[in-house]
Design a protein around this ligand. Structure first.
Ligand code: GLN
Length: 490
């Protein structure tokens, strides 16, 4: 049982192909692990019957030599992805028991390639958060603990269920989404690998929208190779998403092990924050040294508009969210709280259905878009966004292949420890939001531990549509840093 769940996705794929075990055995091993890990609250919906049916069907296909690239691999799906006939809530009360009559493009591509669905994973409500504490299903617990402590830690967010489940060996990989850091920050907090692709690389169709110009889906997995394998199935053009880009999907796995000799790696001065823990600084220099030892050239770069990224993000993202969330009116989906008039019904439904963080975003967004404030806030934030993008473009034009930064300013914190001041929570994404603002790809790779034994990650930022370079460089870091697995206590 345990042996099967500790395989990497790549190892499991090979084991299935040479018939060392069946997908049903692999799936059952994971279903058992999920059942034994309910204390982590990573899954909000387990789908064991569906999982076994999918595994049996794919075993039959493998026997005939017809399995796809993910044949028989059990995955977890963030509850932001619409799954046909399986409840999809974005972890918000307002969606209630919504059961989509359709499947998101990304998940349908995963099933097309033979993957098996284990269930739906917890996340922050509408993907708004950095700790998974805003979910209507309650917080997710990080499988990692500080040495000698029983304090329960957050797994990061918003894809906290995905990160926790992958780290705790409950699934071989998971889907996630990233609007300002929600793939990379939870990956860094759990010792897993999180890849946010270039905006437009993956279809957004059938994913609950948060901020449409920033949202992008990607995988969380235990190794860089596993993320590359998942990316190939998730990426691709989709006529149903007009922002998805029609480009050939490369064989990302082929980038693993490719030489990084002669690559120019930018080290941005602006990511050196006052008061940043010493161990983050150390991790960053260590990562740079590993890349240098592999033949890359380190160059100091400047991204002067970095300091405006977080404030500008907290205008653009809430503005788009307030518009996207207007559809939850108690008429079409989920929860309905009646009132004496249609207006009152809207108000009652939204007041009862949205949690406090989502309400805050809707209010900020409505404010910055309102007449008289639009130019001062929204329009100005859009201009700042252009400047942030230009900073990156100038570095890439000077020959920089990728940029190395810390993934987060700290390791995982305790449940309930942050959040009294929302800005304190927002600061978690200080190193990741710039990448969404510029539409670039970014990967978080575990690179070391803090003094309390918690994993820390490094981020690599790439040129548009050059995820392959990130996989090559990410693997160099992984090789040097080793793998990170939490000791089981649950
Ligand atoms: N933590 C950020 C926010 O709350 C980003 C979330 C995300 O990437 N979905 O908006």
């Amino acid at each position: 049982m345990t042996r099967l769940t500790s395989l990497t996705l790549a190892e499991a794929r090979d084991g299935l192909a040479n018939k060392s075990f069946t997908s049903l055995e692999l799936t059952d091993a994971h279903l058992g692990a999920i059942e034994a890990a309910r204390a982590l609250n990573a899954f909000v919906m387990e789908t064991p019957d569906q999982a076994r049916a999918m595994a049996r069907a794919v075993d039959a296909r493998i026997a005939k030599g017809e399995g796809g690239p993910l044949a028989g691999i059990p995955l977890g799906i963030k509850d932001l992805f619409a799954t046909k006939d399986v409840r999809t809530t974005a972890c918000s009360k307002i969606l209630g028991n919504f059961v989509p009559p359709y499947e998101s493009t990304i998940t349908s591509q995963l099933w097309r390639d033979g993957a098996v669905m284990l269930g739906k994973l917890n996340n922050d409500e509408f993907a708004m958060g950095s700790s998974n504490e805003t979910s209507c299903f309650g917080p997710v617990v990080n499988p990692w603990r500080r040495e000698g402590s029983n304090t329960t830690l957050v797994p990061g967010g918003s894809s906290g269920g995905s990160a926790s489940a992958v780290a705790a060996l409950l699934c071989m990989g998971a889907t996630a989404t990233d609007t300002g850091g929600s793939i990379r920050q939870p990956a860094a907090f759990t010792g897993t690998v999180g890849m946010k692709p270039t905006y437009g690389r993956c279809s957004r169709w059938g994913i609950v929208a948060f901020a449409s110009s920033l949202d992008q889906a990607g995988p969380i997995a235990r190794t860089v190779r596993d993320s590359a394998i998942l990316m190939r199935s998730m990426a691709g053009h989709d006529p149903k998403d007009t922002t998805s880009v029609d480009r050939v999907v490369p064989d990302y796995e082929a980038a693993i092990g490719k030489s990084v000799k002669g690559m120019k790696i930018g080290i941005p001065n602006e990511y050196r924050l006052d008061g940043m823990p010493q161990e983050i600084e150390k991790l960053w220099s260590e990562g740079a040294a590993w890349l240098k030892a592999a033949g890359a050239e380190l160059v100091d770069i400047s991204l002067p508009h970095t300091k405006y990224a977080l404030p500008a993000y907290y205008i653009v993202a809430p503005a788009e969210a307030s518009s996207n969330l207007a559809r939850y009116d108690g008429v079409r989906y989920g929860l309905r709280v009646p009132g004496r008039s249609i207006g009152e019904q809207y108000e009652n439904t939204r007041a009862e259905g949205f949690g406090p963080e989502v309400r805050r975003r809707v209010m900020i967004g409505t404010y910055v878009l309102s007449a008289g404030y639009y130019d001062a806030y929204y329009l100005r934030a859009q201009k700042v966004r252009t400047l942030i993008k230009r900073d990156f473009e100038e570095c890439f034009a000077r020959g920089v292949n990728a940029i190395l930064t810390p993934a987060t300013p700290s390791a995982a914190f305790g449940i309930g420890e942050k959040g009294a001041d929302p800005v304190e929570m927002y600061l978690n994404d200080i190193f990741t939001v710039t990448v969404n603002m510029a539409g670039l790809p970014g990967i978080a790779v575990p690179a070391g531990k803090d003094t309390q034994g918690l994993p820390l990650g490094l981020q690599l930022i790439g040129r548009p549509f050059d995820e392959e370079t990130l996989f090559s460089l990410g693997e160099v870091i992984e090789q040097a840093a080793g793998r990170f697995t939490p000791a089981r206590w649950w």
